[in-house]
Design a protein around this ligand. Sequence first.
Ligand code: ATP
Length: 425
Amino acid sequence: MRILIGEVKNHIDSEVEIAGWAQNIRAMSSVLFIEMRDVSGTVQGVLPKKGNESLFNELRTVPRETIISMTGQAVKSQAKIGYEIQIRELKIINMAEAPLPLGVVDKIESDIETRLENRFLDLRRPEILSIFKIQSTISNSIRNYFVEKGFIEIHSPKIVAAATEGGTELFPVKYFERNAYLSQSPQLYKEIMMSAGFDKVFEIAPAFRAEEHNTPRHINEFTSIDMEMSFVDDEVVMDVLENAIKTAYRSVAETNSRELEILKVSRPDLNYKFRRITYSEYVKMANDKGIELKDGDDLSTPVLKTVGGEINEFYFITRWPRDLKPFYVQPYDDKYSRGFDLQFGELEITSGAQRVHSPQVLLDNLKAKGLNPDSFAFYVNAFRYGMPPHAGWAIGLERLTMVLLNISNIRETTLFPRDRTRVTP
Ligand code: ATP
């Protein structure tokens, strides 16, 4: 029975069967080394020429990345990892073509476009695979965290009739005789679920944004981890967010030490309370750095770079001006709202808020933002017949992975990124 290459170390001095990619084949005069790789690691198989002449000669010409299976004794050896497999039987299962469009074990760095073009090969590299093993731990641990806390997992529609915020960043789709859009956020639906009485919900699903700009932190399809809770305010959901992120970091430290080592990332340390800086305090911090910024101005990328760039940890920016937040954000007073962002340094990771629960305030806000209440009737209706106060947030899985692994381009933390120019593979 096949075992994973990573398990061979537990079977020294026994016979093992492995299968995978032959990432390198080196033929000496009397012996041949085959470096084998699978999802769990690498190991070398050794085949003496004597007694295996025809197989030996065939293997000399087998291209890299051919799928091979082998059976043999696992023995301690001089190999770098301390053991190897003495091949008794070997099967060439599926021959790779040569040359490879992208090297898997080569030391030369290819540019990102070539790598994305040949992503299936790029993903074979242990350091790239490690990013996605860690991303899997992040999303699983956050899912488990929600389930343990009694949240209900939901799946809201991704084909929708109206924009979440009336923005223009929508991908239109033809929906029979009508126009529809790809969902940019489950915001309206997760709020409707509060009216439906589900109390606490979460969703991990794609969100689509037709943003035209190409930046290192935007993609046009990302994975949004969304949550919404009833009868709580913004402060409570900020606590939940802090705990969810700490849980994810702990899980990665516990489960992915090998991947962190491959990526040369130190074990993440989150032994601090996430600071809560009000928007107005942030403006003052910017002013103290000589930036001209008035209370009420948006925090532009250069501002976040200058002020946030020095804060090398997670922190919240709270109490945003109402004018800078969407219509569904609960007012704090006449000027400020109960909307918040979570930042890591200069990068926004999450936005969240306590939401409006009064249908009248909602209608007033829609009008004040120049949106047509009729387009939102299906949503506002859910507020008319008993809507609890509620709050929630959305975090981008790819951005959280960037922060955890100190990666600066979001394309690196997305399996098959969709950006302004790329829809394949
Ligand atoms: P930004 O200001 O960075 O464009 P946003 O204000 O549009 O983000 P929200 O709509 O508040 O973001 O979405 C919540 C979270 O979803 C963000 O904090 C981020 O983690 C993620 N996110 C939003 N847009 C994108 C995108 N285009 N690509 C990747 N992640 C995104």
